[in-house]
Design a binder for this molecule. Structure first.
Ligand code: AMP
Length: 114
């Protein structure tokens, strides 16, 4: 049996996280190693490895995640903009194999990303 990911352990309440939003489908919490003044991680509670593994049946869930991210950004007042991204696979820098979006704000972001 494979080890649960660190994010699955957060969903299950086995390790603590600074949770900023939760509903039946998803969870958002502060990144432990923030790369911006605000750096949140948004995850589905359903175990999905990455955006690559999304199925047709996950379309409503994927849309929900986008709107939750947008709502958090509005609620926290990211009026100057924010960045929402997901790393898919090793070359993109994905370290935790549970689909997640980074929601970053509070400083200017360069393009292209490193
Ligand atoms: P990625 O490289 O896209 O897989 O991003 C994984 C993110 O998870 C990184 O930004 C980590 O800092 C973050 N992270 C890892 N462990 C934890 C944790 N226990 N609580 C909050 N964030 C975490």
């Amino acid at each position: 049996m494979t080890e649960p990911t660190i994010f699955k352990r957060i969903i299950d309440g086995d390790i603590p996280a600074k949770i900023v939003f939760e509903d039946d489908l998803c969870l958002a919490f502060e990144d432990i190693n923030p790369q911006a003044p605000t750096h949140l991680i948004l995850i589905p509670k359903k175990e999905i490895v990455s955006i690559d593994e999304l199925e047709e049946e996950d379309v409503p869930l994927a849309g929900h995640l986008l709107l939750v991210a947008r709502n958090i950004a509005k609620k926290l007042g990211f009026d100057n903009g924010y960045r929402l991204l997901t790393n898919c696979g090793k070359e993109a820098g994905q370290e935790v194999m549970h689909l997640h979006f980074h929601l970053l704000a509070g400083r200017p972001f360069g393009w292209p990303p490193g």
